[in-house]
Design a protein around this ligand. Sequence first.
Ligand SMILES: [Zn+2]
Length: 179
Amino acid sequence: MQQFYSKKIFGILIIAPSKKHFDIIEGYLFALLDLDKRAFLKVIRLMGTIFVTPFNDFYNELFLKNNIWFVDKDFLDKKKNYKGAFISVLVHETHHRHQYVTGKIEKKSGMVGGQIEKAAYRIQIAFLKKHNFSQELRRKQRQLKESAWETDDSSGESDKKYENLLALYKSGKLKITKI
Ligand SMILES: [Zn+2]
């Protein structure tokens, strides 16, 4: 059975397969605080749990109702010097939480699409622009232009693995050691 660790950082519960992920996430949150205090406060107000998955991949998935954001571990392990990517996705996903709590996303379905997605992209792009993350900015601008979320064929397969992990977590079957 996979071992996980948990720790609260700025009030956000972090669950991760390795303790080193706490330092990485804490570093990113401090970087966000330095860059943009308003965005930082929005994140710590709205994000409940960041769950670093044991999957060797770069996907992430937010479960609005459960307030859990799953992030694959490669996204942290293999992009160490690329904080723009992680921080701006965090800003994007936090905006979905904002849309959710303010009733802009239908609470029963929790669906994210169309205008909802565009709004979050715009927030993310504005953030990247403001803080000169030019490489990630170009990528996001391209994705917005192509409405990338509509053609993301990875989501079916990846959703399932997060759903399974969420179900295990909720049933208390995961081995999680509090730090
Ligand atoms: Zn989105």
